[in-house]
Design a binder for this molecule. Structure first.
Ligand SMILES: [Zn+2]
Length: 238
């Protein structure tokens, strides 16, 4: 039975949940650890942001403090650097690593970084794909099972292609994030914010964050393979 497919839980949902838990746990633990390590410059997240933005010729980027934890981001539409309160006021190695990573995205945006432009373009398709894709696949598979028509197969195939946009989005997200982290370490060093003994901590922070993107990519691929097995497995039974 399709809706209670234990294969889905064992081979797809469970590994994704387990890896997702590991990844977020790793990020939180690393963040907590380096939140306790004061940076040698004594600058707060906002001060670090101002210094790097000025140094990188990005002074027109707005800095905004937002609620929540670890939800820091750069919004290319408004050119705003959104920093969570703990990061904005923190004087830790963790805070400066997060700030620099987000400014890495601001720099990508300014330089028209190719992968970032593709990623932005894929957002609507990925949203549609993640919401409607699975429903269309299931509708198509059911249609094909009950009517025995090939029309159902093509409906399911269309849903599958739609969901493939999610994989494409995750595929392009990974290099964008890794590049932002590389930029972060460079920006910190170039602007004299980070001291050599802090580099390792910042690198560990960014590495933990990168793992979450690999997990998201893995989850999207695994889910796509599962839907593909439904679409093509069903066809074999016809
Ligand atoms: Zn990022």
């Amino acid at each position: 039975m399709l809706f209670f497919d234990w294969h889905y839980f064992v081979y797809v949902a469970l590994p994704i949940l387990a890896l997702g838990f590991l990844a977020s746990n790793w990020v939180k633990r690393t963040y907590q650890r380096y939140s306790q390590v004061r940076n040698a410059s004594g600058l707060s997240g906002v001060d670090v942001a101002r210094r790097i933005l000025t140094g990188a010729g990005l002074s027109d980027v707005t800095i905004q403090v937002i609620d929540g934890e670890l939800n820091d981001n750069y919004d290319p539409r408004t050119r705003t650097l959104n920093l969570s309160r703990a990061v904005a006021t923190g004087t830790s190695v963790a805070a400066e690593a997060v700030v620099a990573h987000e400014i890495g995205h601001a720099q990508q945006d300014r330089q028209g970084f190719f992968a970032m432009r593709i990623r932005s373009g894929l957002v609507p398709a990925a949203n549609l794909g993640s919401q409607a894709g699975p429903l269309i696949v299931i509708a198509g598979v059911l249609l094909s099972a009950f009517t025995g028509s090939t029309f159902g197969f093509y409906v399911a195939l269309a849903g599958l292609l739609l969901f493939a946009a999610v994989v494409a989005f995750q595929l392009i997200t990974t290099p964008v994030e890794l590049d932002a982290s590389r930029r972060a370490l460079r920006l910190l060093a170039e602007n004299g914010v980070i001291y050599p003994e802090e580099q390792d901590g910042a690198r560990r922070m960014l590495r933990a964050a990168a793992f979450t993107y690999w997990v998201a990519l893995f989850g999207a691929v695994l889910t796509l393979l599962y839907y593909a097995s439904l679409v093509f497995g069903n066809r074999r039974n016809d």
